[in-house]
Design a protein around this ligand. Structure first.
Ligand SMILES: *Cc1c(COP(=O)(O)O)cnc(C)c1O
Ligand code: SF4
Length: 354
């Protein structure tokens, strides 16, 4: 059976640059998954290539479950009327291939285009059009940009890089006095947790202050190995935050979302952003309406620990940036007081001074 053919990668001491053998990148490799139906998927996989790490494959119990749906191609990906591959105009805000400079004091460095899994909802689906990162030029740009206080390594997944490459980038950034904070956006602790080893955590810890934003979308992803990966990072003094993408049928119900967020806090991860899915081609079947997203947020605040409540973020089209949205708590504005709804729906008057 499939699961036995591809044993888990136990421990990767010196991670190879290329993905290890046994990874899933052909539809035929999925044949053993219960509920998987290959017919009609060839054009989908041709347009949006498939990749699943052995570890993540092992979490799939059924093709239609919340883990399987994140990585298994779906015919609906080709039925999406949305066609703009870059609705956030990242290319327009990219001074060099591999660098997005949208905000005054921080840049996004696309350190690699490789990921351990290809998430079917991911914005990096259009990365083929994005050009290859010229790392030396990107680092020179940052070195010459004193306004940049924070560099966010993104991708792709920066933790896919071999240690020596990661170390070279981090060391170079740390030599720049104006770069105060380094942040890494990664899905590795969720989709390939064995790759987070003690030695990698120690390597990262040499470049503090370093923040790591992990990406989990469902409580089933909070496994003992994922917990261990986060624990190694947190143990190295790295502050952990999380990003979650709101996905229809996967985490868009209050109970699942609350379990995920509380589970993250138990893993010493502070939920940071809950992303409204960007309007990217091939992702329509994952979209959640904004009013539903706001209802879900209203179901969190007050009901679960404030530590577990992320901000709901939308990314404005055309490069407007990320904006947090809150459920409407103010029900009426008067000159001398506001009428405010609490988390239970009860109404209170709150005086406002001029
Ligand atoms: C999301 C994003 C950032 C980081 O934004 P924060 O709100 O600081 O997390 C930076 N640059 C770009 C281009 C982004 O999309
Ligand atoms: S790991 Fe991140 S960048 Fe890679 S496909 Fe998934 S969401 Fe996209």
């Amino acid at each position: 059976m499939l699961r036995e053919t591809f044993p888990k990668v136990r421990r990767v001491v010196s991670p190879p640059a290329a993905r290890p053998a046994g990874w899933i990148d052909r539809l035929e490799d999925l044949a053993g998954i219960p509920g998987f139906e290959q017919s009609g998927l060839e054009p989908v996989a041709a347009r949006f290539p498939l990749r699943i790490s052995p570890y993540y494959l092992n979490l799939i119990k059924d093709a239609g479950d919340p883990v399987g749906r994140q990585v298994i191609p779906d015919c609906r990906e080709l039925e999406d009327p949305v066609t703009d591959p870059d609705p956030l105009d990242e290319e327009g805000q990219s001074p060099l291939p591999g660098l997005v400079h949208r905000y005054p004091d921080r840049v996004l460095l696309l350190a690699t285009d490789s990921c351990a899994v290809h998430c079917r909802f991911c914005m990096r689906k259009r990365k083929v059009a994005f050009g290859k990162t010229d790392l030396e030029r990107v680092l020179d740009y940052i070195a010459a940009a004193p306004a940049v206080r924070e560099v966010i390594l993104s991708g792709g997944d920066p933790l896919m890089l071999p240690d020596r490459d990661l170390e070279r980038i981090l060391a170079r950034l740390r030599r720049m006095d104006h770069v105060e904070v380094i942040r890494i956006h990664t899905r590795i602790p969720c989709v390939w947790p064995e790759r987070v080893t003690e030695s990698r955590a120690r390597l990262l810890a040499r470049f503090h202050p370093l923040y790591v934003m992990v990406h989990f979308n469902h409580p089933r992803e909070l496994t003992p190995l994922a917990r261990r990966a986060c624990s190694l990072l947190a143990g190295a003094g790295i502050v952990l935050g999380s990003q979650t993408v709101l996905l229809a049928g996967i985490n868009d119900d209050p109970e699942t979302l609350a379990r995920l967020l509380r589970g993250l806090v138990r893993m010493r991860v502070r939920p940071y952003y809950l992303h409204q899915l960007d309007r990217l081609p091939g992702t329509a079947h994952f979209r959640v309406s904004l009013s539903r997203a706001l209802d879900l947020m209203a179901g969190l605040r007050g009901h679960i620990s404030g530590l577990a409540v992320p901000q709901l973020m939308i990314d404005l089209p055309g490069g407007g940036g990320k904006i947090p949205l809150l459920p409407e708590y103010i029900v009426e504005r008067r000159p001398d007081f506001l009428r405010i709804r609490n988390f239970q729906g009860r109404i209170f008057e709150y005086p406002c001074e001029e």
